[in-house]
Each structure stands twice: as structure tokens, then as C-alpha cells.
Design a protein around this ligand. Structure first.
Ligand SMILES: [Zn+2]
Ligand SMILES: [Zn+2]
Length: 159
């Protein structure tokens, strides 16, 4: 290098070389940052190569463009998001237990005391504590209220 010789190199040339070197280092670092960020956001090699290219060309501006077009979430965030969504779905499904109607077989909520499809009554509510009782029970097992044998309504199917 001519700079090593210390001859024929003006301070101006030295300054330009320093600034140029600084810009080049910044340029490469920007591309590296873009490429690393792309790896966190996509497992697609094609996208990673595209991001690397964008990190280099056009210099610096490509990194800005990348920030606009990159996937909004990293793969880790994506995974966490999917897990959270899945657990919410699970809770939703657990919240309303369903079972087939013993008479018509259509799906009804487990808490139902009358099937809304075929109008069969298979349970009733305790008039004291409001919990679901089988038709055959004479006393409420939850609050010991006497509920009598006579089933409410017209059905007598309960086993
Ligand atoms: Zn039914
Ligand atoms: Zn009761």
C-alpha cells in the first residue's frame, strides 16, 4: 500500500481513504444485520439470499427497503403466537362440553336439561340450588333439598 510508504499520500487522500473504509465497514455490517434478521424471520433460503442481496444493493437503502418488506414476526414469535392461539382454542372447546342427545343423537351442551332439537327432557334443575338433577332423583345431592319423584314436563325417559 502506498499509505504504508508514507510518501506521496496527501492528508486529503488519507482522509478520503478513512471515510471510504468506514463506509465500507458500515455497508458490510448493514448487510450482515439484514441477513441475520432475515434468518430469524424466515427459514426460506431464497428469502435469506434475497435479504442479503438487498443488504448490499442498493447500499444502505436496501436495508431500509428490507425493513419495510420483512415478515412482521420472527419465527420464535410466530411459534409463540401459534401456541397461544392453540391454547385459546383449547380453552374455548373445554368451556362448553357437549354430548349427543340420548334421544335424537344431535350434539347438545352437557348442561342442557331439555334437548332443543327433539324436546326430550332428561334432567331438571333443583329449585333450591339450581344445579342439574336426573329425573329419577328424589333429593338434590348438592343441597339436600327434597325435589320429589314427579318429573317435570312430559318426558319420562330418564334412566
Ligand atoms: Zn334430542
Ligand atoms: Zn339443590
Amino acid at each position: 500500500m502506498r499509505a504504508m510508504l508514507g510518501l506521496a499520500v496527501s492528508p486529503l487522500q488519507l482522509g478520503i481513504a478513512a471515510v471510504g473504509g468506514y463506509v465500507v465497514v458500515l455497508w458490510v455490517a448493514t448487510a450482515f444485520f439484514v441477513w441475520r434478521d432475515a434468518r430469524r424471520r424466515s427459514s426460506s433460503l431464497l428469502f435469506q439470499a434475497f435479504a442479503l442481496l438487498l443488504g448490499f444493493v442498493p447500499p444502505f437503502l436496501g436495508a431500509l427497503v428490507y425493513l419495510v418488506v420483512r415478515p412482521p414476526r420472527t419465527l420464535d414469535e410466530e411459534r409463540a403466537f401459534a401456541l397461544e392461539e392453540q391454547s385459546l382454542l383449547d380453552v374455548d372447546r373445554d368451556a362448553i362440553p357437549v354430548r349427543p342427545c340420548p334421544s335424537c343423537g344431535k350434539e347438545i351442551e352437557a348442561e342442557f336439561i331439555v334437548c332443543p332439537h327433539c324436546r326430550t327432557q332428561f334432567a331438571r334443575r333443583c329449585h333450591s340450588c339450581d344445579r342439574v338433577l336426573r329425573l329419577g332423583w328424589a333429593v338434590c345431592p348438592y343441597c339436600a333439598e327434597e325435589v320429589g319423584h314427579a318429573p317435570l314436563g312430559r318426558a319420562t325417559r330418564a334412566g
